[in-house]
Write a protein that binds this ligand. Structure first.
Ligand code: FAD
Length: 381
């Protein structure tokens, strides 16, 4: 059967479908999703509160509109429970659907905290539009929000919530925000900027238990201190969704392993987006999935194209202290050289042994220098 099935209608699945339709208007295309199939830009979830955006206003098209735009079938509220790579089929709602080519655009799951307490199951994570709707509803009439994790998503929500008038506490075992991404000086400058707005930081500590309290929750921290909050947001990381592929005998590591044609270890099964591991890299960001979608669209339409990754910057959406960072995920242990000039503007660079610039971080007004620096960075893949 000459057809393509894409599992997942996040940015990866829908971007691939769009790119594919630019090259092939006819081949039958089916997208299957466990959610409602609305199209939205996930990065907006962590800066929608300050701009008073309701969850529904973040979706620009529903599944029927997407199906019409893409000349595709979009099957919603349908979870694929098995893949049979031999007979080229997937199982969904006890039905068997056959494919010629299958694409896994499954995304990632938020890491769940394994804590003590009678309310641990009530900590919320925001990783899709439905999660955001739940979080948005939980905030109504509430004031005090505790965020577990001072990584990218935790910091963006801290900035958004404090700007929207909430009281915010952030707890993280590290020593400064975005500890695994930013040089210390940049992390501390972000910490200071958000603290000036009122964010309470609790570094060097972990949440050990969440219990119900009179008006909300009581969080116990590893230094025996306690915090009260009306809503608890967990932002402690993401884990690529690999189980479906693994159960089908497809090779997985941190993510679903693919080659540069985005093909998994099973013939004619491909993967991209947050679930995929490309060249040893799991990159849960928009730019890598766009690169992958363009290459894979060409491959699926009959012209094999290997994905390439230029150096890709990440914009950290903390308006209190804007940051742009580009650092190869394949490099670890590099030494940042940082300088701070007036108004807390920071520039950081790191070089390899041959003195080639390999990464940079820019903050405040210096973020405007991004393009010229990017042009000098070597490609990642
Ligand atoms: P998802 O959007 O998670 O889509 C996965 C799809 O697979 C869903 O449709 C789901 O229903 C479906 N699915 C999964 N399993 C099954 C199954 N078994 N059967 C059927 N369907 C299934 N990146 C940036 O570059 N810049 C940013 O500023 C930025 N901000 C972010 C802010 C937040 C709050 C978050 C959470 C992420 C942010 N990111 C950002 C990351 C970026 O949004 C993601 O990398 C990207 O959206 C992932 O898209 P995806 O399609 O791979 O996954």
């Amino acid at each position: 059967m000459n057809n393509i099935i894409i599992i997942g209608t996040g940015l990866a699945g829908y971007t691939l479908a769009r790119e594919f339709r630019k090259l092939d208007k006819e081949t039958p295309l089916t997208l299957i999703t466990a959610d409602d199939g609305r199209f939205y830009s996930k990065p907006m979830l962590s800066n929608a509160l300050a701009s008073c955006r309701s969850p529904d206003s973040l979706a620009s098209s529903d599944a029927a509109q997407m199906a019409a735009q893409l000349n595709a079938t979009v099957v919603t509220h349908a979870r694929v429970t098995a893949i049979d790579a031999q007979q080229r089929s997937v199982t969904v709602n006890d039905e068997t659907l056959f494919y010629e080519k299958l694409v896994l655009a499954l995304g990632a799951d938020p890491v769940k905290s394994t804590l003590a307490g009678d309310a641990v199951g009530e900590a919320l994570s925001v990783n899709d539009l439905q999660d955001y709707a739940q979080f948005h509803a939980a905030l109504q009439g509430k004031k005090h929000i505790a965020i577990m994790g001072a990584g990218l998503i935790g910091c963006e929500f801290a900035n958004d919530l404090i700007s929207a008038g909430y009281t915010v506490d952030v707890i993280d075992p590290g020593q400064h925000p975005l500890g695994s991404l930013l040089p210390k000086a940049a992390g501390e400058a972000l910490q200071q900027a958000l603290q000036t707005l009122g964010v309470g930081w609790h570094f060097g500590k972990k949440v050990t238990a969440i219990n119900h309290d009179k008006e909300g929750y009581r969080l116990s921290l590893s230094d025996s201190s306690e915090l009260e909050a009306h809503v608890v947001l967990s932002a402690i990381g993401l884990k690529p969704r690999v189980d479906l592929a693994q159960a089908a005998g497809i090779k997985v590591n941190r993510g679903i392993i693919v080659d540069r044609l985005l093909m998994t270890s099973a013939p004619d099964i491909y993967a991209l987006g947050d679930c995929a591991e490309v060249g040893g890299m799991v990159l849960p960001f928009v730019m890598p999935l766009m690169q992958a979608a363009r290459a894979l669209a060409a491959t699926l339409s009959g012209t094999p194209v290997a994905v390439s990754y230029p150096a890709m910057p990440v914009v950290i959406k903390t308006p209190a202290y804007p940051i742009i960072l580009s650092a190869s995920p394949l490099h670890t242990g590099y030494e940042w050289q940082t300088s701070i000039c007036h108004e807390g503007v920071l520039r950081g660079h790191y070089y390899d042994k041959a003195d080639q610039l390999q990464g940079f971080v820019l903050t405040g007004k210096a973020t405007a220098e991004k393009s010229s620096l990017l042009a000098t960075l070597p490609a990642w893949l």
